[in-house]
Write a protein that binds this ligand. Structure first.
Ligand code: ADP
Ligand code: MG
Length: 224
């Protein structure tokens, strides 16, 4: 579903992503973990065309959806308009169909009664669920999440992780940058540990969490 080959990205001569290659198969969940500043967001931004890599190749199939740490909803659009705007304007899809699908997504996200609300009227958890509905409204083949819970209070984190877990159970292909180690361990098929712009460790959750890689152990030690 996604292939990145030898991706490199520098800012002001400083290599932030250095020769990273990865593959995500259909229905697979890839979790990317690693310390702050290790290049996780830059890699995700390269994958989603928000950043142009200096070198390398990216291939994927179909549409993708993107969910940010800070929700990035349009503040002056209602919930429904946040979800339907891109499918109608960018994808040029049939309005009635898009509205119908959006309402199904809102129902699924437990937000059926919020379609006319504005983002400021919603909790962080609700805003993030709108953001996930917005991403899903593009009918993506793959979803990218950049720390989807790190702007949320702990009690709201669980509801978002549950939504993502449910999507995984429906075999949605996903790439998730996260600091939630238990979640990564339980939901991911594949984990990449990034450190200083490179993949320092990669494998199944079992392999990565039992790795004796010094940087990985240090990273896990700091979190606990
Ligand atoms: P992470 O998501 O792992 O915390 P980032 O990819 O956000 O790491 O950032 C990695 C490094 O790249 C940081 O040192 C950051 O300051 C730098 N960086 C990211 N984006 C830019 C940019 N647009 N311009 C300059 N430096 C950037
Ligand atoms: Mg980041």
């Amino acid at each position: 579903m996604l292939e990145m080959k030898h991706i490199k990205k520098s800012f002001d001569g400083f290599g932030v992503v250095e020769d990273i290659s990865l593959t995500v198969e259909e229905g697979e969940v890839l979790a990317i973990i690693g310390p702050s500043g290790s290049g996780k967001s830059t890699l995700l931004r390269c994958a989603t065309n928000l950043e142009t890599p200096d070198a390398g190749e990216i291939h994927y199939e179909g549409e993708y959806g993107l969910v940010f740490q800070n929700f990035n909803l349009f503040p002056h659009f209602s919930v429904l308009k946040n979800i339907t705007d891109a499918p109608i304007k960018v994808q040029k899809r049939n309005k009635d169909e898009v509205y119908k699908e959006a309402r199904v997504l809102l129902e699924k996200m437990g937000l059926a009664d919020k379609e006319n609300a504005y983002p400021y009227q919603l909790s962080g958890g609700q805003q993030q669920r709108v953001s996930i509905a917005r991403a899903l409204a593009m009918n993506p083949k793959i979803l990218f999440f950049d720390e989807p819970t790190s702007a949320l209070d702990p009690e709201l984190t669980g509801e978002i992780l549950k939504v993502i877990k449910d999507l995984a159970a429906e075999h949605m292909t996903m790439v998730i940058v996260t600091h939630e180690m238990n979640f990564a361990r339980n939901v991911a098929d594949q984990i990449i540990f990034m450190d200083k712009g490179v993949i320092a460790e990669q494998g199944t959750p079992e392999e990565v969490f039992s790795s004796d890689n010094t940087r990985m152990r240090e990273f896990l030690g700091k979190l606990s």
